[in-house]
Design a protein around this ligand. Structure first.
Ligand SMILES: NCC(=O)CCC(=O)O
Ligand SMILES: [Mg+2]
Length: 330
């Protein structure tokens, strides 16, 4: 009989020693809640492909914000679903000071100044064609004209009190251009969260239903600006460029299918690195849970902990409120 030289199971035997050797622990302060906005009052609209997620009018959004504050969730990421009426070829609603996004920001900041706000900067909720940028006569998304629009959009958000502008469009050079414009306008404290490594993923499907851009985009795709699923060296180049252009934090998106990218990015740059557990990931976990095939609480907390283990400093997730409640034993 020969004994194992090392008994790995010894430290796993009891809860106290498992707790002592745990490397990563998920906290409510790791989470960023995601919210979809609509016009109106007392409005909550279900998103069919994301059971449990609702689009909220500003008064309902304030209730969600209050719950985030109570739970210790540091920030809320805002995505407007402004409706067909305001969509144009040039997306001008994006920088309207009276837009849904800007009104929501002012309302949130006056009621909950301590709650961080992250504003999506991309044109897709506002364009008639559903692309993130402005298109030429062939439908190609034009880089520099789009950046000009994104600058106006970022300034309008900063003016309304947004804490983080978060360009998710993947145009080249937009982080530097937005940073310069913010500085020149005196918005020196407005942070930039760069969606640096954003993949052309099929996991965004339910999101496009939620913000109402799916029908506009139709059979179109975003392959000329979002990254190819097969690449990760390219992600490091994207991240490096955004860091040099002045990003305060960088993002990898989607999340669970891209944990390898997350780990490479964190190791290579040591930047504040955020990850986005996107709508399709939410829908998969939720659907399996609703069918009784997976234990919702267990798989959600496992997936979120996996992001921390892979190097994430913060996680954008539609489960943020549920997860924070579970973590607090509620
Ligand atoms: N800029 C946001 C997205 O493109 C999609 C996010 C999601 O699918 O949850
Ligand atoms: Mg880039």
């Amino acid at each position: 009989m020969s004994y194992p030289a090392v008994r790995m199971r010894r430290m796993r035997r009891d809860a106290f020693s498992r707790a002592l050797m745990r490397e990563h622990t998920l906290l409510p302060t790791d989470l960023i809640m995601v919210a979809f906005l609509i016009e109106g009052e007392g409005q909550r609209e279900a998103v069919p492909s994301m059971p449990g997620v609702e689009r909220l009018s500003i008064d309902e959004l304030l209730k969600l914000a209050g719950e985030c504050v109570r739970l210790g969730i540091p920030a809320l990421a805002l995505f407007p679903s402004p409706g067909e009426a305001v969509k144009t070829e040039d997306a001008r609603e994006a920088w309207n000071p009276q837009s849904l996004m800007q009104r929501a920001t002012r309302a949130l900041k006056s009621k909950y100044p301590e709650l961080g706000l992250i504003g999506d900067v991309a044109l897709d909720p506002y364009t008639t064609h559903g692309q993130d940028g402005l298109i030429d006569e062939h439908g190609y998304v034009m880089n520099e004209p789009t950046i000009e629009a994104l600058i106006k959009m970022s300034l309008a958000q900063a003016e309304a009190g947004m804490d983080f502008v978060a360009p998710s469009d993947m145009m080249d050079g937009r982080i530097g251009a937005i940073r310069d414009a913010l500085e020149e306008a005196g918005h020196i404290h407005t942070r930039i969260l760069a969606y640096s490594a954003k993949y052309a993923s099929a996991f965004y499907g339910p999101f496009r239903d939620a913000v109402g851009s799916a029908a506009n985009l139709g059979k179109g795709n975003k392959h000329t600006y979002q990254m190819d699923v097969g690449n990760s060296d390219e992600a490091l180049r994207e991240i490096e460029l955004d860091i040099h252009e002045g990003a305060d934090a960088v993002m990898v998106k989607p999340g669970m299918p891209y944990l390898d990218v997350l780990r490479r990015v964190k190791d290579a740059f040591g930047m504040p690195t955020f990850v986005y557990q996107v709508s399709g990931e939410y829908a998969m976990l939720k659907a399996a849970a609703q069918n009784g095939w997976l234990d919702e609480k267990a798989v959600v907390l496992e997936s979120l902990t996996a992001f921390k283990r892979a190097g994430a400093d913060a996680i954008l997730t539609y489960f943020a409120v549920d997860a924070a409640r579970w973590l607090k034993g509620e």
